[in-house]
Design a protein around this ligand. Structure first.
Ligand code: G3H
Ligand code: 13P
Ligand code: ZN
Length: 330
């Protein structure tokens, strides 16, 4: 089995200067598509489940589907990661399910909406670090605040990361990876005007901290997918994402983990809408979920190539959570 701690996947990426996509999953077809793309491109991969995804699947279903991905792909380093955990309890539940990594998003309070303060963030993050490291599990935290609201996750107000605060936060908490806010946001409507990211802030943070850096809200919202959604009966005017060149620049400047959910949703929705429009007589879920899975595989494979992840699956011997326990407890 190649379930690996996310820390290892990201530190290997940091050493070699490439990015690793963390792709959100809710169901079997998404997981299969991402794993097929990882096989096709020989990429290490992070599959992540939000609290909403775990709730939707009653926890156990998604947990076992993610484990199936690991079992079916023994030569691919896979991290199972909790996206936007909101409390120690949410991290404990993910660790109980067998996740090798958890995010605690203390930039917001437990409701996932209300902006928190530094002290709150440090306290909740430390409690998760203390707990997770006992199990060899990686912890990602967030400092600064993303804009945008996605299904109730997010405050709607952005706060660009303060590099000095990021440096202090890493020392105060002992986290393994840090998500920073440089102007991206969740969802399909990221920019109204110019697509500006605070690359200067990223550069400054990279100088001050040594752990892997995470970029949330990193979907590109490709025009061809929006056009296809709209062509086949959807209504998504004004959708905009982060151009791939911006992501590649961010990777060059020191980002290792790139979170992608929206683009996967768009690829599946565009395909399903097309099947429904062009072949209205079809009603077998395999007739639309199958093509949606194939489209998602293509999208993820192209991201793996563009982020530089492709070809790195066999670079290193996977560490186990037992190995990590020893390293953390040294
Ligand atoms: O952080 C946002 C991710 O896209 C997860 O979204 O909470 O709707 O599953 P979700
Ligand atoms: P997108 O909405 O840009 O795909 O971001 C996803 C994300 O950050 C999940 O944590
Ligand atoms: Zn996010």
């Amino acid at each position: 089995m190649a379930l690996v701690p996310m820390k290892q996947i990201l530190e290997e990426a940091k050493k070699k200067g490439y990015g690793v996509g963390a792709y959100n999953v809710n169901n079997m077809e998404q997981i299969q598509a991402i794993m097929a793309a990882a096989q096709e491109t020989q990429s290490p991969v992070i599959i992540q489940a939000s609290r909403g995804a775990l709730k939707y699947s009653n926890f156990t279903y998604l947990g076992y589907l993610m484990k199936a991905a690991v079992i079916e792909n023994p030569t691919i380093p896979v991290a199972m990661h909790l996206d936007h955990g909101n409390s120690l309890d949410s991290a404990k539940k993910a660790i109980d399910l067998g996740f090798s990594s958890v995010m605690i998003d203390g930039s917001l309070k437990e409701d996932g909406k209300t902006p928190s303060d530094y002290e709150y963030n440090v306290n909740v993050t430390r409690s998760v670090v203390e707990y997770a490291h006992k199990y060899g599990v990686t912890v990602e935290a967030e400092i600064g605040r993303l804009g945008g609201i996605e299904d109730g996750v997010g405050s709607g107000s952005a706060h660009i990361t303060d590099p000095k605060e990021a440096e202090k936060f890493v020392k105060d908490t002992g986290v393994d990876a840090l998500a920073i806010a440089i102007g991206t946001s969740h969802g399909a409507y990221k920019f109204k005007g110019a697509k500006v990211l605070a690359f200067d802030v990223l550069e400054e943070v990279r100088k001050l901290i040594d752990i892997p850096i995470v970029l949330h809200g990193a979907s590109s919202v490709p025009k061809e997918l929006i056009d296809a959604v709209n062509k086949y009966g959807g209504k998504m005017p004004g959708a905009e994402g982060v151009p791939m060149e911006h992501l590649q620049k961010a990777i060059k400047l020191g980002v290792q983990k790139i979170n992608v959910d929206t683009d996967g949703r768009l690829a599946m929705t565009a395909t399903i809408r097309k099947v429904f429009t062009e072949t209205p007589e079809k009603f077998d879920p395999r007739d639309y979920l199958g093509p949606a899975r194939t489209a998602l595989q293509g999208l993820i494979a192209s991201k793996m190539k563009a982020f530089g992840t492709a070809g790195h699956a066999g670079d290193y011997a996977p560490l186990t959570l037992e190995d990590m326990k020893k390293l953390y407890n040294k």
